[in-house]
Ligand binder design. Structure first.
Ligand code: GLY
Length: 361
């Protein structure tokens, strides 16, 4: 097992990464749980696979469970209300610890419920998808979607621990696995060109879920995420780089209807659109654009936007992006592989060309 630390003083926490860690839940998490009361929040897909195992391991605690429907379309205030209803009706107090057992949707909603319930209770992340293991379970972003914008309602609330059992990826379906790879590739693009090259060399083994390569992949992403979050917990600066591909991607998720595209699939397309725009502005070479789209394709990810989404719809949805300042659109673009910047100084004609032409020839 590897332990990384997110160093945020009193809000700091460990990330445990390794095989068969669900079986060590009590040993690893007990000191992070502040009373006997534990509520595990999961979804209908994960519950039959792993819920009994985790409940059985937490022997020293009184564990209750909440099972939510599965899917991005359920990442709403209504679903979070189901968590509140269960907590209130079972009379849980401020010392209850919530555990999110699931992917990014479960993690974000459980974290948000923990941030709000009785003005804040502790929570722990046990991510079960590649995407949540490498990105969303670390860093304390929690929340739900609004029909007009992804993750529009939320709070920063750091978990007390993140437990990543890499064995659970064996039951993850291939579409979900690929979606996680979009966020993996993102880390190479934003500030680690050597990681990007390493991914190009190892994508075949990663696709085969070769255990040591996969563990190294997850560790490198979590380390990168921890470094960025330590530097900029509340996204005043460098953390916004983690949004590479997300401005376009979030527009696709909202525009096509939540759940139509997996988050990572929309991010993959968004990365390609950001690369296309960066290249139209003379920042990124065509060779680099080709390397990026080729790696995403090898990760079995989509790289072109839905034909139904036109420039006007993109512009309308992107106008509400959380990174915008004073109504000015800000985008994450690349100067080269491993060197991304957040900027409002992009060429608006080039953006129009990307939205009108990329993937539509
Ligand atoms: N997923 C982007 C972030 O945590 O900042």
């Amino acid at each position: 097992m590897i332990t990384l630390n997110v160093d945020l003083d009193e809000r700091g926490y460990p990330i445990f990464i390794g095989r068969a860690l669900l079986g060590r839940s009590e040993e690893l998490l007990a000191e992070k749980i502040v009373s006997k009361q534990v509520v595990i929040v999961t979804n209908e897909t994960i519950a039959p696979l792993y819920l009994d195992e985790v409940v059985a391991k937490l022997k020293a605690f009184d564990v209750e469970t909440i099972v939510l429907p599965d899917g991005e379309q359920f990442k709403t205030l209504d679903t979070v209300m189901q968590i509140f209803d269960a907590l209130v009706s079972r009379k849980f107090g401020r010392k209850v610890t919530l555990i999110a057992l699931g992917g990014g949707v479960v993690g974000d909603m459980t974290g948000f419920a923990a941030a709000c319930y009785q003005r804040g209770v502790p929570f722990i992340q046990i991510p079960t998808t590649l995407l949540s293991q490498v990105d969303s379970s670390v860093g304390g972003k929690t929340g739900v979607n609004h029909p007009q914008g992804k993750n529009m309602i939320g709070a920063f609330h750091q978990p007390k621990a993140v437990l990543i059992d890499t064995d659970v990826l064996n039951t993850l379906d291939s579409r979900q696995f690929s979606a996680g790879l979009a966020e993996v590739i993102k880390y190479g693009l934003i500030r680690d060109a050597s990681f990007f090259s390493w991914l190009e060399e190892n994508i075949g083994l990663i696709n085969q879920k070769e255990s040591e390569i996969l563990a190294e992949t997850i560790e490198r992403c979590c380390q990168s995420k921890a470094d960025i979050v330590e530097e900029d917990e509340h996204e005043g600066g460098v953390r916004a780089l983690l949004n590479l591909g997300h401005t376009f991607g979030h527009a696709i998720e909202a525009g096509e209807g939540y759940g139509e595209y997996l988050h990572g699939e929309a991010v993959s397309i968004g990365i390609c659109m950001a690369a296309d725009l960066s290249s139209r502005m003379g920042w990124l070479s065509r060779d680099d654009v080709e390397r990026i789209t080729s790696l995403l394709k090898k990760a079995m990810l989509p790289i072109v936007p839905p034909s139904t989404m036109k420039r006007e719809q993109f512009m309308r949805l992107m106008a509400g992006d959380k990174k915008n300042v004073d109504g000015q659109l800000r985008l994450v673009l690349m100067r080269k592989i491993g060197d991304a910047v957040v900027t409002d100084q992009f060429d608006s004609n080039a953006l129009k060309e990307t939205l009108d032409s990329y993937g539509r020839e």
